[in-house]
Design a binder for this molecule. Structure first.
Ligand code: DGI
Ligand code: FE
Ligand code: FE
Length: 202
């Protein structure tokens, strides 16, 4: 495939602007994670024939609200009329995906739906994910700095089939959340159920 045919032009000065913004807003570790997710998302986009530049930008910005306080995120939700469900109220670790999507749309004026939705669903996943949503979901978990017990299993599955890697990661998340008595977001369950019902094998 000719990569340039599958690449949206995002000017370098915007990417530089995003990087300096992230440097200000994130801890050093989270900033390095964001750069690594961008690289991993671009690598996967090239292999899977998605838009390389869009995936790079989505990877870069996916955690842009991760280091915001709860108060700042709740303020953003109320400003944009977002009502949280009871499960969401009890799950602050998923808030940064929503606040990040709101922030890039309304503050950074990014109007690309693939970038917005891949950030919106990067923590939970959802039923019937698009290729961009799948790429950011899994790039977040397989970037070069990630170091959790099963990371090599997920990377090996990813070489074979992105859905297999995602379902493995979802199972891990479901086990961990239930072991910790944490609420499971319906989108996490929907993502799992959809892949179980629609994948031939995993
Ligand atoms: O932001 P990162 O750390 O890079 O990764 P992430 O956006 O995937 O966030 C992971 C956190 O989100 C982790 O603490 C587990 C939590 N999480 C994922 N799915 C759910 C969830 N928390 C709740 N309560 N419910 C979910 O369905
Ligand atoms: Fe995140
Ligand atoms: Fe992340």
């Amino acid at each position: 495939m000719n990569i340039s045919q599958a690449t949206t032009f995002i000017p370098q000065n915007r990417i530089d602007e995003f990087k300096s913004l992230l440097k200000d807003r994130l801890t050093e570790k989270r900033y390095l994670h964001s750069l690594a997710v961008a690289d991993e998302a671009a690598r996967l986009a090239e292999i899977l024939e998605a838009d390389v530049q869009k995936m790079y930008v989505a990877g870069l910005l996916h955690d842009i609200c991760k280091n915001e306080t709860s108060e700042q995120q709740l303020q953003l939700f109320s400003q944009f009329g977002i009502m949280l469900t009871d499960i969401e109220k009890a799950s602050p670790s998923v808030w940064h995906a929503y606040s990040g999507a709101l922030y890039i749309k309304n503050v950074l004026n990014i109007d690309d739906e693939d970038i917005i939705s891949s950030i919106r669903y990067h923590t939970t996943g959802k039923a019937d994910m698009t290729l961009p949503e799948k790429i950011i979901y899994i790039a977040d978990l397989t970037e070069v700095n990630r170091d959790y017990p099963d990371v090599d299993v997920v990377r090996a599955l990813l070489k074979d089939d992105i859905d297999k890697a995602i379902i493995y990661a979802l199972k891990y998340t479901l086990k961990k959340l239930s072991a910790d008595n944490k609420p499971i977001h319906p989108n996490t369950l929907d993502a799992y159920n959809f892949l179980v019902l629609n994948s031939e094998d995993f």
